[in-house]
Design a protein around this ligand. Sequence first.
Ligand code: 13P
Ligand code: SF4
Length: 433
Amino acid sequence: MTSIDSTIQRIRSGEAEGSACSPALADAPWTFDLLTPGYGPGSSMGDLIPTGSPRQGQLPEVYRTASNDELDARISAAKQTLGDRVVVLGHFYQRDEVLKYADFVGDSYQLANAALERPNAEAIVFCGVHFMAETADILSSPGQAVILPNLAAGCSMADMADIDSVTECWDQLTALFGTEPDASGRVPVIPVTYMNSSAALKGFCGDHGGIVCTSSNASAALDWAFERGQRVLFFPDQHLGRNTAKAMGVPLDRMPMWNPNKPLGGNGADELEDARVILWHGFCSVHKRFTVGQIESARAEFPGARVLVHPECPSGVVDAADAAGSTDFIGKEIAAATEPTTFAIGTEINMVNRLANQYPQHRIFSLDPVICPCSTMYRIHPGYLAWVLEALVDGDVLNRIVVADDVAVPARIALDRMLAARPGGSVARVIGD
Ligand code: 13P
Ligand code: SF4
């Protein structure tokens, strides 16, 4: 089984063909921890990181210089010693070298639930990104410590909406619409935040009658919100909001975008009055790379190819695909195929590569020919995992993510609404359904 990291290393040494979006992807992630803040090489490398974003200090030398085999041995031994005292969670976008140690592997929604599964574990080591670790801290038992192996593993999309800009937006909308419900009891605006957001924004939703959603339950969350509000303010991902609402029949001209740098988000009062969903201007730099042209090329080269994309992709890409859904949905669609099939996939490359290795009976490839992992998911490396696990063996909790109660309590309300609103299906849109 060839991992993305080993392919990147082989491209660098000239042993393999192919191209990566940055030669620095072949360097160890700790190379970037001490540099000027940035998301690191990969899809988010062009995004501006907010000042004050968490940074990772220097990884001790023993972990920086250890061979892959040594790290494997250290991680296995530490996990063995810790036993049920620790649970390791891993998102599908993690590199294979890390994911093999996860006790639970899943999408954001599944991992939020997994955080509830082992209330007796002292520590939850979250191999994912910062907002996922925050969510795990909010949902887990009070005594449990949630650990993010590399503190620089944030999310450029989550960083595109901050609590001050969203509060300012909310104040403007409240000044425009007031807060009184209409004759059917629906308030003027309900806030809906994507899981990929700070705990502060989840708390904002809890405080203002709103809800959290993931890509696997966004339509259920929007249904929930439309029952209670005349309009939805959806943040931070414009694409998930647009794709989900469009699949539910909301016309595009009733989904204005909110630019926080302009008065009324750059809209007229009448456009906002008529809006069903007001979309924050955020996006995921991984999924922004996929284009309709790539889908056309895949179909031209492999007639009959089935194109599956994540709903964080732009709406033209989702429209041109055969189906769109969460990472778990994409995996399940492939698992369900009984005949050898060609799948062209629009989501993070570590997951696509893993599926290709897992299902050799199918042809599975990324729509994007350039290898460009999520910058921040890729900053978790076995070196950091070994470091935090061995510290736990010694009784030290490193890189703990703690959400203060004034945020965690309202955030939990918005998360509980999401957990209660989940329907059976996990599909944002499947053509033909
Ligand atoms: P899901 O795992 O919920 O599909 O989300 C994808 C993602 O972008 C996580 O950062
Ligand atoms: Fe954020 Fe996109 Fe990376 Fe997910 S894939 S962590 S949304 S940048």
